[in-house]
Design a protein around this ligand. Structure first.
Ligand code: F58
Length: 839
């Protein structure tokens, strides 16, 4: 009776409800103070900045929980199909500001925090971002999670809760140095540990085979060891909707039973060792982009998260009362590249060995479940696993892959009888000096759909790395051009431009980016042009202050901000950009009074720690910067900035300030690019090759508003097949020769002639990425850019048109295409649970 009365009281107690859910400034203030006191255990006089950050974040999370639980309830109980996105990486960026925007309480919170005596920006800046990804692929997963929720599509993102994300980069004496990213150090207010949701994952050991009493062949996998995966959930809220999807990341732990067995036997240190080995699996993100590291631990990571995720999905499916045979009607599983493609063999194992299905039925379920996105054409990034290593981790999966392959090659032989080249290329097993497993082939055979990430990329896939797959099953192939979320990459990172745009065309463009088209009619309007360029200048001034604060360097916000920010890689050709900078510098040295447009070259990006030439490129940028920035002849007309530790947080400050976006990869090498989209959306003009999504961006913004240069993908191949001799370009171009000679002779390295030799030798004698072949064309287009920037009004017009015509590149458009053409899923508006009626 007393308990009932108390419960009744709580239900009717508006104040309790209010502190959790209220959206008024007063309610928010109360919520922050409550959290500070009851969650952080602090009172204002002793609370730190982080305490306040945590208190605010919990206040925001509380306000997301009703939507989150309501979404989960509806998805699990309802008849809706759920998209399951499997990705080894999610590069989410900080949550707080994004959640305030999506909840539509930014201004109230700003006011509440102000009334408590702080600035919201100051607290937002305190958040340590979860850097659980390397670059484009991980960031794409994050944009897609945002769009799925904003489009009210039921979705779960599955991945790994790395304890250490992408390393932190510092620059010391011009070199990259890495530091561990201990992002969880001060706690993570956004996740909820679901200790009750966990799965065992077997590893190693061997397979025992026998015939059971019914005469059935039983494959009994006796593992060498077992790890436990524990679910950590983060809500991903859609923009101004009730949908809050789940990002479920798995943390590896030692299973209790194992621990206790050794412990009881007195083997305490053994038990502790085992615990460490288990925890190692989700310990650290591999920091390589575009280069696969064939390490056992990486295969264990992949299998670990995929197995947990599939067990979880099957569990959710069966709990709704449905039969395992209908699994594919409840879930569609998207493979973000081949990293989770072991899921195909794991699904077969679960269906065959655990759910006792027959092969053909299991294969039907599997191949109706998975779809595969390819993100690269670079041969070194195509994932393969040494067969022996694979067998030592996943012996049962090796059997299954052999069986899939055997059956598949029968079909192949029927289609391409006698064509051994085709059979070899389609086989899941490669035969070199050692045998290996081809993960792209496993992904392709087990998926009902295969897609590339930009139109050119998909066409090249069909002609090169997946050529034989395209011939074998053309119906599986389609293109899904990447996109980016305008919420983070415009509303959040560029509020001033957002406001200006909204003042002209209203705010519905935030969900329907094509509506930016409405800006076209203002492109020639001098007043609008002026307002537009004022916003740009304001963003450039902000970045200027940031550069000063971080590097102590003074740059001129009126200069042309020429920006190349992305992972450092030879194919992305940051060194081509450097050759141009040196060319300009030499012109000034020859003629100190030369009239050139002042430019600030801003670079940012991490190199894989073991990638020597990329690290050398970073050193070269800094070495050239040191000379150029301090030469009195230059008179501050050129500045070279290397902004350290490029991540989502820093990217948000850089994109809005760009005048020029450098997208200068060797044609045919960049699958899509997404930074190119964010920059153009923020009004930067692009200098670029016909590569990846640049092709489509140029089509949309108009060729007269895009600075094109360089060889096409076809010309690159042709030049190479005719015998490319980079040396000839060096010999025949005196300006290029001068630049390379300066680097070689130690002009930028205090006469040290060895330091850059590896780089210049590779340019002169190999030049895989056609830097020298594209040099002249690049310098010429840069001269046109110099010319164009002088005409302020015309530049403003082109900038406005870039933004106005970027509507296609919203990740909402990409996700709609995936939903309609691959996943066959629909939006499900979420009905909110009344938290007072849940007892
Ligand atoms: C990137 N790939 C592509 N891979 O390079 C880029 O063109 C594309 O826009 C983007 O995917 C999204 O589609 C990429 O980022 C990785 O970082 C992998 C990490 C794991 C090892 C192999 C590379």
């Amino acid at each position: 009776k007393i308990e009932e009365a108390a419960a009744e009281q709580v239900k009717n107690n508006i104040l309790v409800e209010d502190a959790r859910t209220g959206l008024s400034v007063d309610a928010l203030k109360r919520a922050i103070s409550n959290n500070l006191f009851y969650v952080q255990g602090k009172y204002p006089e002793i609370a730190t900045r982080n305490d306040y950050f945590m208190a605010i974040s919990y206040a925001v999370r509380d306000r997301m929980l009703q939507r989150w639980t309501s979404s989960v309830r509806q998805y699990i109980s309802g008849k809706n199909k759920i998209v399951s996105y499997l990705s080894a990486e999610y590069l989410l960026g900080p949550h707080l500001a994004n959640n305030l925007i999506n909840l539509d309480i930014y201004s109230q919170m700003e006011q509440a925090v102000k009334e408590l005596g702080f600035s919201l920006d100051w607290l937002i800046d305190k958040e340590v971002e979860p850097g659980l990804g390397n670059g484009g692929l991980g960031r794409l997963a994050a944009c897609y999670m945002d769009s799925l929720a904003s489009l009210e599509v039921p979705a779960i993102g599955y991945g790994i809760r790395y304890q250490f994300g992408i390393f932190e980069q510092a620059i010391s004496d011009g070199w990259q140095v890495e530091d561990t990213d201990n992002w969880l150090r001060r706690g993570n207010p956004w996740e909820i540990a679901r200790r009750e949701i966990s799965y065992d994952v077997k590893l190693g050991g061997h397979v025992q085979r026998y015939i059971d009493e019914k005469g059935k062949l039983i494959n009994n996998w006796i593992p060498g060891w077992v790890v436990k995966g524990v679910a950590y959930d983060t809500p991903i809220l859609g923009y101004k909707v009730n949908t809050a999807n789940t990002l479920r990341l798995w943390k590896s732990e030692a299973p209790r039973t194992f621990d206790f067995q050794s412990f009881n036997a007195g083997e305490y240190s053994n038990a502790v060792n085992q615990k460490i080995i288990c925890e190692n699996i989700s310990k650290v993100l591999y920091p390589n982009d575009e280069q696969i590291e064939g390490k056992k631990l990486r295969l264990q990571q992949q299998y670990f998260f995929v197995s947990c995720s599939l067990q979880d999905m099957i569990n959710i499916h069966l709990r709704s009362g449905d039969k395992i045979e209908n699994f594919y009607e409840k879930f569609v599983v998207q493979l973000n590249d081949t990293h989770p493609s072991i899921g195909i063999a794991e699904m077969m194992r679960l269906l065959l060995d655990v759910h006792r299905m027959e092969w053909d039925d299991a294969w039907k379920v599997t191949t109706k479940t998975f779809a595969y996105t390819n993100h690269t054409l670079l041969p070194e990034a195509l994932e393969t696993w040494d067969l022996e290593l694979f067998a030592s981790v996943l012996p049962r999966h090796l059997d299954i892959i052999y069986e899939i392959n055997k059956r598949f090659l029968v079909d192949v032989t029927l289609k391409f009888f006698g064509n051994h080249q085709k059979i070899d290329s389609l086989s899941l097993i490669g035969e070199g000096r050692r045998k290996y497993i081809k993960m792209a082939n496993l992904a392709s055979v087990g998926s009902f759909a295969i897609n590339g990430v930009a139109s050119l990329h998909t066409e090249l896939l069909k002609k090169t790395v997946l050529k034989d797959w395209y011939e074998f099953s053309p119906e599986k192939f389609s293109n899904k051009t990447n996109g980016v979320t305008p919420r983070r990459w415009m509303v959040l990172s560029n509020p001033q431009l957002t406001k200006l745009i909204t003042s002209k065309i209203g705010d519905t463009w935030i969900k329907h980016l094509e509506e930016l088209k409405g800006l076209e009619k203002y492109a020639e309007d001098p007043e609008f042009q002026q307002a537009w360029m004022e916003v740009k200048l304001e963003q450039k001034k902000k970045l200027t202050r940031k550069i000063h604060g971080t590097l102590g360097m003074i740059v001129n916000p009126e200069s042309l901000f020429d920006i190349q920010v992305k992972r450092i890689h030879e194919y992305k050709r940051q060194h081509l950009n450097v050759l141009h900078i040196i060319t300009l510098y030499n012109r000034i040295k020859r003629n100190p009074d030369i009239d050139i447009v002042p430019r600030t070259f801003i670079f940012a990006g991490k190199s894989a720690p073991g990638y020597r030439k990329a690290k050398l490129i970073i050193k070269l940028i800094n070495a050239v910067g040191k000379v150029v920035n301090n030469d009195p002849d230059v008179k501050d007309r050129l500045k070279v900035v290397f902004y350290p530790n490029y991540n989502v947080t820093n990217a948000q400050k850089i994109y809005p300030a760009a005048d020029l976006s450098e997208q200068i990869s060797t044609a045919g090498k960049e699958a899509s690019g997404t930074g190119n989209m964010k920059l153009s959306l923020n009004g930067a003009l692009t200098v670029g090759t016909l590569d990846g999504a640049n092709v489509e961006i140029r089509e949309c913004v108009g060729e007269e508003n895009f600075f094109l240069f360089g060889l096409t993908a076809d010309e690159v191949e042709k030049t190479k097949s005719e015998g490319y001799r980079p040396w000839e370009y060096y010999k025949n171009n005196k300006y290029l020769r001068e630049v390379i000679d300066q680097i070689n002779d130690g002009y930028f390295s205090q006469l040290d002639q060895l330091i850059f030799k590896e780089l210049t030798d590779s340019l002169l004698y190999d030049d895989q990425f056609m830097v020298l072949a594209d040099y002249q064309s690049y310098v010429e287009i840069q001269d046109k850019i110099d010319e164009a920037f002088r005409d302020k009004s015309n530049w403003a017009r082109m900038s406005i048109l870039n933004t106005a015509r970027m509507g296609k590149f919203s990740s909402d458009r990409s996700i709609r295409e995936y939903c309609n053409e691959i996943w066959k899923v629909e939006s499900v508006p979420v009905e909110l649970i009344d938290p007072s009626k849940t007892s």
